[in-house]
Ligand binder design. Sequence first.
Ligand code: CO
Ligand code: CO
Length: 284
Amino acid sequence: MKLHNTKQMLLDAQAGHYAVPAFNIHNLETLQVVVSTAAEMRSPVIIAATPSTVEYADKDYLVALVGAAMEKYDIPMSFHLDHHEDVQQIEETIAAGCRSVMIDASRLPYEENVAKVQKVVEFAHTCGATVEAELGKLVGREDNVEVSDAESAYTDPDDAVRYVAETGIDSLAVAIGTAHGLYKGRPHLDFDRLEKIRSKVEIPLVLHGASDVPDELVSKAITLGICKVNIATDLKIPFANAVKAFFKEHPEANDPRKYMTPGKEAMKKVVQHKIEVCLSKNRY
Ligand code: CO
Ligand code: CO
């Protein structure tokens, strides 16, 4: 099964001044909610999986599930590896059919970051896969990686130009003040920095850590040139809360077809809302 890369869908978003939502899924149920909702709303969609999701759900199952969804719905859809750091794991997943990957070498010093990303780009492009990479560091938690506030560094616009040229990546994840997970206070996004990066870099720009960021800030980031918005935490919480509420009301429940359903319904509302915020509705 060969899936689609994210090249054209992100270029379309860049030209159309909207963003493609990238939703982190974990299993069949979460995938079903994301793809059926995106199809209802005629929105392009990226199905994202972190290394721990690939470990949990298995790359072959994930590729096959997204392949089945692609045949079922006629919207632009891609399976994307989110925050992968292991080059071998990336290559194996591309070999299994995945065509869109993020190599996250952002914790390495600049030269080592470039060298690692170059290696992935060379392999991925030979296979027709697209590559996202990150320059700068996000605060917060992504999978099992902790980046403390002190270590955080925003993306420098001039370094970004050099980084894109040296690595040959297809899209760039920028650090402009967002964090993974939930925020302590209202997040502060450095929009001047984003504008500078957008004016100097030609490829699509990606916003990580967009969960728990007020809609108007995400909208502004999209107006200023963000073409892909990643959403993970904002889906997990309502799903879990709805399942918890169901069990509270039905402590005797044991049928996953029953207790998963309220979780899916709660998640669907968030997917709908995020598609609205991304302005990706009715694009195809
Ligand atoms: Co991220
Ligand atoms: Co909202």
